[in-house]
Structure formats: C-alpha cells, structure tokens
Design a protein around this ligand. Sequence first.
Ligand code: PMP
Length: 398
Amino acid sequence: FFASVEMAPGDPILGLTETYLADSRPGKINLGVGIYVDEQGRIPLLPTVHEVEQALVAAGRPRGYLPIDGLPAYNQLTQQLLFGAESPLLAEGRVATAQTIGGSAALRVAADLLKQVAGTGARIAISNPSWGNHHAVFRTAGFELLQYRYYDPASHGLDFAGMLEDLGKLEPGTVVLLHACCHNPTGVDLDAAQWQQVIALLQERRLLPFIDMAYQGFDQGIEPDATAVRLLAASGSEAFVVANSYSKSFSLYGERVGALSMIGADRGEATRLLSKIKQTIRANYSSPSAHGASLVAGVLGSTELRARWEQELGEMRARIHAMRAGFVDKLAALGAPDFSFINKQAGMFSYSGLSEAQVRRLRDEYAIYALDSGRICVAALNRGNLDAVAAAVAAVSG
Ligand code: PMP
C-alpha cells in the first residue's frame, strides 16, 4: 500500500530547532523560533490565564463536546476584540464567527470554503515574503497562488508602490491575504493611511480582503493593532474575512485557540456563511477543543481580568521594544552598519537584512541560530544574550 509514498520535505523552522537542540556548544542561542519567550527564555504562563485555569480545574467540569462552531461566549468576545464592542457590523449581525484550532485552522477552513465558492477560478495573492504556511494551506485547498510585492530589501521597509501596482493588476474576485500587524516574517507593516489606500483599491477592483491577525497587541496594543480590521469594517466593504489567533497574545500556543470571522453583506448572508463554516469544520475535525477557549473566554469575559491581561500583553510588548532598541544601540556602539530600521519593524520578528552566508557564519562560528532568510525572533533576545548576539552580528556584517 505505502511502498510508493515519498518522504515529504521537512519544515525548515522545525528543522533548525532540531539542529539547535543537537548543538552541544555552551551559550548557543536560538533566534529562529516563532514564539514569545520572557527574559529567562521561558514561554510565560500569563497570571490571568493561570487564574482562570485554576478556577476551571477547581470546578471539576464535565468534558462534553463544544458546538461545531465552538464556545458561544468565546466567539462573541472575539468579535468584540476584533471589531470593537460598538461595531455596527456586530449590531447588524453581519459577522459569522467560529472558534477554530488556532489561527491555522481558521485559514484552512476559510480556504476550503472560499474554494467551494470560487470553484476552478480560486486565486489568492500573498505578500512576498509571507509566513510559509500561507502558501501550503491555500495551495492544498486548491488555490492558484499569486504574489504581490511587499518587502523592499534596499530600505528594509515596505515597497508600497510595488504593492499597489501588483494589487491593481489582480483579476476581480481574487482573494488578497494581508497581515493585520506585525508582519511575519518581515516586521514591516502598513500605516493607517496606507491601509486606507489599499482598502479603497481592493474595493474598486472587487478583490476580497482576507486579514490574518496572529499578533494583535504585540505592536502597539489591542486597539491600534486592529486598525486594518477597523478601517475595513468602516469602509463599507460588503465582504471580507478575518482569521485571528490567540497563540501569542495569550501565550497559549499548544492550546490551539483561534477564530474565523466572515463578514457578509447582511444578516442573511452571515447566517448562510456560518452554516457553511460549520459544514466545513464538521467534515474536517468535527468540533474544536474546549480548554483553551474556556481560558480565553474566562479572561476576556471579566472586566477586571481583561484589564490585567492587557497589562500582561503590554509587558511582553514593552520587552520586545526594549530588546529592539538595545540591539540597535549595541550594534551602533560596535560600529556595525546601520541597523536602526530594526526599531521601526513591529512585533516579534525582524528581517535583519543578514544574508544567507552571514546567517550561516552566525550558526557555524557563534552558535547563533537564525532563519536563512535573515529573520530573527526579537523576543528571543534578553539582557543575558544581547551582548553576544550584537557582537556576533557586528562581526559577520562588518
Ligand atoms: N498567521 C501567521 C502570520 C502566523 O505567524 C501564525 C503563527 N505562526 C499563524 C497564522 C497561526 O497561528 P496558530 O499557531 O494559532 O495556528
């Protein structure tokens, strides 16, 4: 039966972690990861999450199935977080939201559904570069993949003119995948005025905006990081999609908490969309798991816990900003080429501008691991390793 099965290529990021773990050099540093770790290099358990979890355990609740579309309170609180509690979209019943297994399943469920709607002409435009799984998910769902220009290596910033030009050439009906904030892997985002321009262009060309928001709260805060979603909601666009993840913002990676929201033209359309979302989930994994969603709903559903959670999120964000600034300062003090652009990039990641050869030298000569693309996880920096990383980066880039 399986003799003809070939070996699938390994995941490059997980492969890097395996090499890192096997490295016996003391003082090795892994900047290749995609998670937030604290000053001690640990994944934090947020105190608010811990508190809700202890209460849940103490209550000794039975373990029934959740509905196909997940925990109702979680979905409602998610809508409020994404669109704002006062959003007319919510009042008008235009948003169909379902809890999903992380942001990844939100992407996949939406991809399957959108493919059903579009049929053989399903096309999606993805930023160049983007998170690798975007391509895998939409390709596997049967989409034709297109790219639009995004990152400009010369300025280490956004190629906005190139982006507009490429989006302007897309066929009507094409899905356009956009990172809401903290673009993975570059850390380069659009500002509000640029979002306005992109949204107007998508409307004019009848392109479907698909926002992936995996890092809400990791750049400026819950509200400002939702700018793209809020502007879309206010734009009069009759349809768009949002996939969101709580993996990072609640430090709940392994609990797999995310949601898919599809916005329709009216209540009837949203009701039909939700029925299709449920049908798609049912045929994939039947229903999502309960624990992580109960934790998120427990925190977001309490005014007091929610306020404390925003502070905890603020501490993660502040540490990332401090590491960016510290890294840039140290590199400057060491006489390295200008790395000040790292301060302008947002979120956990930075496209450092290091070449593949420089990344290899970091690994071989200094036991410092980064992705071949030059992406580093700024959250993996701390006061204990900052000097060593800055010295090594200055050495390979000098
Ligand atoms: N989108 C982007 C841009 C991401 O970086 C990630 C996580 N690495 C996801 C979606 C998926 O998140 P989750 O782990 O919740 O499935």
